[in-house]
Write a protein that binds this ligand. Sequence first.
Ligand SMILES: NC(=O)c1ccc[n+]([C@@H]2O[C@H](COP(=O)([O-])OP(=O)(O)OC[C@H]3O[C@@H](n4cnc5c(N)ncnc54)[C@H](OP(=O)(O)O)[C@@H]3O)[C@@H](O)[C@H]2O)c1
Length: 362
Amino acid sequence: MVNVALIGCTGSIGRQTAEVVRRHPTEFRFSALVAGSDGAGLAAMQREFSPALALLARDCAGREGELFADCDVALIATGGFAGLSYTLAAVRAGKKVALANKESLVCGGELVLREAARTGAEIVPVDSEHSALFQALSFRRDTPFKTLILTASGGPFYHCSREELARMTAQDALKHPTWNMGAKITIDSATLLNKGYEVIEAHHLYGAPYERISAVVHPESIVHSLVEFEDGTQMAQLAYPDMRLPIQLALTYPRRLPCLPSLRLTEVRALHFLPMREADFPCFTLAVEAGRAGGTLPAVLNGAGEVAVQAFLAGSISFPAIAETMKDALERIPRAAADSFEAVAEADRAGRAAANSYIYGK
Ligand SMILES: NC(=O)c1ccc[n+]([C@@H]2O[C@H](COP(=O)([O-])OP(=O)(O)OC[C@H]3O[C@@H](n4cnc5c(N)ncnc54)[C@H](OP(=O)(O)O)[C@@H]3O)[C@@H](O)[C@H]2O)c1
């Protein structure tokens, strides 16, 4: 029986994790559930799963030790920068951490890895692309490889001209072609920021230099990523696009349990691969450049991005202004060492302040 502490239980990943646990009641149980502010959603899950601990975020302060005390796996499915403090707490407790919250590695990758090396905590990817890479690497981080190739659906706007992009609204951006996700990551998929974040995640998770990580658009979202080896072989992982698979695998690997129906290649028929349109979707390059620069710059970028996406969702700024806001923050705020949670949190605050000033003049 695997005891799971699930942080962000009422969100898209959280609800799909509950489905995995529901399907395999003899394999998994929840030791702790944490939601942001959805008290009714949390109460319903508490009734169904009877965890020892069920908390709203505002009641968590000072109780991080308790949250992870009885779990075998901490699944961090909170959205945004808020995930980093939970990830650090779970890593410091030496737990196996199933990481959906990509912002933890984007903002605090150096810190999280340093702490994991100290405590022996293991970080297992939940993101479908990094799960695919992990599988293609035979679940071993020391498997030698040449390049990591991330696939991207391209989001809903891949075929739009620059003029069309400038007119796109939040409603248009929330219609993702292949995945059903929370609002922030859906907008980040439309700007391709999400793919830039995944490059940073892959860098931290697999120790890959940035020049050995690339991305390719694959609109069907059937090939979830590929690893290329020295001899030119590429190993890919294929499955229907369904987050329950990487969530479940993060809890059980290297063991596999039934999850999805067989992929029918004769029904899929064609798989397409197209180049990233980096010049028209500048968020991708901004993220990769911030990742390469390292230190606190990815946290600055993310803080500004969280404010910009909220403003776009509220109809206050245009789609291209998301990237402009993030670029402005990166230009204004100097890089510092990301050697403590406080340093990273300060960068997050600075990024948010820069974005608020750029968008609202305050
Ligand atoms: N959705 C996907 O398919 C997918 C795929 C790959 C990676 N990810 C990553 O997984 C993370 C979650 O994504 P999502 O789509 O599931 O987001 P989401 O639907 O917005 O859910 C976010 C969850 O976090 C909770 N939360 C918010 N603030 C919190 C806090 N301070 N402390 C604890 N919990 C808090 C929310 O609670 P309330 O409901 O109460 O607000 C909700 O349960 C993101 O980092 C995303 O990039 C998602």
